[in-house]
Each structure stands twice: as structure tokens, then as C-alpha cells.
Ligand binder design. Structure first.
Ligand code: IPM
Ligand code: MG
Length: 324
């Protein structure tokens, strides 16, 4: 039976890269029953729609969601990011953001597990005396034991399934003595259930150095929402470029969403210039999730020689498809 997948091409280069992802999935012999959703900044400018609850309810009946990128420069910051992407992550409780990275020469790989529903993204805070000389803005970080523990447990389980069985917690416990303490205690307590997994801890600023100088020290990393956002752009930059960085927004008990790490890149939109590989690899993560692991492995193999993946968006998509 075909897998029922909601498609949100979104804005900018989003629809272009998703088209290539769908082409590659088709070339791998996997049939998808797709439902298109016209959402993003362009749709918002058309009729004011961001994301309604009825659409979210419809998504609960799908097997997966495949998203390109959302956000347009002519919509104020936050409207689409918070109203669509974060709303989707929160409403579907996509609490794991899994972002794998492979060194350009293929010599090593590591995976960042980013908590995806809490932290500074939760939207705590607000303004007082907005727009006056005495205005105050607060934006706190929300960290629940439940939210942290389910994320940390997932990361330990993933580390256990890999040959090196190594998990690094990344935080900033020397300054964030409340949130960092909760993360560290949770991490250490869960570690007791995974005695076969080796653990390490890095402060996030130091982790930035290691990402550049010695990324091979990492196997699996677990971190909070904002640190994970920043680290995974850096992870992309040191792993061949953001054009290769894929991600899965997972609810291990529900419907999950798959999207490249990159954004809508309005500066190169509509020019057939964007690298579709990140979207293609996100499609492979979706196939893993749908149980099509053989097709997913074949797609990853077709993308492995990253230096050969040059050309226009359509050319790179064609090239990967031709290898299947
Ligand atoms: C990402 C993006 C999003 C995030 C933005 C677009 C809201 O940067 O998926 O990494 O911050 O999570
Ligand atoms: Mg980001």
C-alpha cells in the first residue's frame, strides 16, 4: 500500500527541493499517496492563512509529512516560523529533532538529537511597556523533567544501537545553573539504565570548537532546542555544507515530519540553484520511518559521493535518481 504523505513545499527554494526529493523517492520504487498543502509565507500573503487546527487534525491521519522550507522576507519574523513550523512541532509533539551529519570524505558520522518542543522555543515571556523607553522583554527557557527525559532516553537508545555507543550531552551548565542542572541530572540518571553507553559532556561553546576541529570525537549528541538549532547549522557547515543537512522531526508514537535543515533561501529561489540533497536525504529519513529501510539505504548510497553532486537543482535530482 502507498504511504500517505502530506507535502508542504513552502516558500522560496522549498518547493524546488521537495520536487527533487519526490522524484528520487519515486526512482527508488516507493509509491507515495501525496496530499499537497499550500502553506507558508506566500499563502499567508494571499489570504492570511498560517495553519488552522482542522489541518493539524487531518495530519494526524497521515503516515508522514515532508516539508521544504517556510518563511518569506515580506512577512514579519516569527509569523510563519512560530505560527506554522513551531506550531506543527508543538501540536504534533514532534519532540525529537534528529539531524545526522557525515564528514565530506565519509570517514565518520555523528547525529545531533535536538529537543524540539521546549527551551526558549516554548514561547515563555513577553513585553512590558512595549515600545516605551522603559520597555522590558523576557523570553525564558522552559525545561520539564518529562520533556528532557524523553529526549535524553531517545538519544541513549540511539547511541546504544550504534557501534561506538557514545553519547555527549551539550549544554552550558556553568552558566545555566537551573536548566543545565535539570539536564545534567536527568542525563546522569538515565545513563544508569544504559551502562553499555559511554558518556561525555561538553559546554556548547567548546562544542563549537570541536565541531570544527575534531568532529570525529562525536557519535551521538543530545542538547536543548536552541543549542541544537545553532549547532546543527554548524554541523552542516563542517559536513559539506548546509545543502547536505537533513532532519527528522519525530514523534516516536505519532505522525512525524521530515525537512532539510536549511531555510527557504529567498535570494536563490526560483533559479534552479539550490542543492536538493538535504531534501533528498530527509526523504530517506522519512522512508526509514515508514519502514522502507532498503530504499532509504539505497538513496543514501546514491548521495554518498557528495563531491559529484554538483549542478542545478534539477540536474542533481536527476543524477541521484539515475543512480537508483
Ligand atoms: C531549523 C530552523 C527553525 C528553527 C526556524 C525556521 C524556526 O532554523 O529548523 O533549524 O529555529 O528551529
Ligand atoms: Mg535552524
Amino acid at each position: 500500500m502507498a504511504h500517505k504523505v502530506g507535502i508542504i513545499g513552502g516558500d522560496g527554494i522549498g518547493p524546488e527541493v521537495i520536487a527533487e526529493g519526490l522524484k528520487v523517492i519515486d526512482a527508488a520504487g516507493i509509491e507515495l499517496d501525496t496530499v499537497d498543502y499550500d502553506l507558508g509565507g506566500s499563502r499567508y500573503l494571499k489570504d492570511g492563512t498560517v495553519l488552522d487546527d482542522a489541518t493539524i487534525d487531518e495530519w494526524r491521519g497521515l503516515d508522514a509529512l515532508y516539508l521544504g522550507a517556510v518563511g518569506t522576507p515580506d512577512v514579519p519574523p516569527g509569523v510563519i516560523e512560530r505560527g506554522l513550523l513551531l506550531k506543527m512541532r508543538f501540536a504534533l509533539d514532534l519532540y525529537i529533532n534528529r539531524r545526522p551529519f557525515v564528514a565530506p570524505d565519509g570517514s565518520h558520522d555523528f547525529i545531533v538529537i535536538r529537543e524540539n518542543t521546549e527551551g526558549t522555543y516554548a514561547g515563555e515571556g513577553g513585553f512590558l511597556r512595549h515600545g516605551t523607553p522603559h520597555e522590558i522583554a523576557t523570553q525564558g527557557s522552559v525545561n520539564t523533567r518529562h520533556g528532557v527525559e524523553r529526549c535524553v532516553r531517545y538519544a541513549f537508545g540511539l547511541a546504544r544501537s550504534r557501534p561506538r555507543k557514545h553519547l555527549t550531552l551539550v549544554h552550558k551548565t556553568n552558566v545555566l545553573t537551573f536548566a543545565g542542572d535539570l539536564w545534567e541530572r536527568t542525563f546522569n540518571e538515565v545513563a544508569a539504565d544504559f551502562p553499555d553507553v559511554d558518556t561525555a559532556y561538553n559546554h556548547v561553546d567548546a562544542a563549537c570548537i570541536y565541531f570544527v576541529q575534531s568532529p570525529e570525537q562525536y557519535d551521538v549528541i543530545v542538547t536543548d532546542n536552541l543549542f541544537g538549532d545553532i549547532l546543527t547549522d554548524l554541523g552542516g557547515a563542517v559536513s559539506g555544507g548546509i545543502g547536505f543537512a537533513s532532519s527528522a522531526n519525530l514523534n516516536p508514537e505519532g505522525v512525524s515530519m521530515f525537512e532539510p535543515v536549511h531555510g527557504s533561501a529567498p535570494d536563490i529561489a526560483g533559479q534552479d540553484k539550490a542543492n536538493p540533497t538535504a531534501a533528498v536525504l530527509s526523504g530517506a529519513m522519512m522512508l526509514d520511518h515508514l519502514g522502507e529501510t532498503d530504499a532509504a539505504d539505497r538513496i543514501r548510497a546514491a548521495c554518498a559521493d557528495t563531491e559529484s553532486l554538483v549542478g542545478s537543482t534539477v540536474e542533481v535530482g536527476d543524477l541521484i535518481a539515475s543512480r537508483l
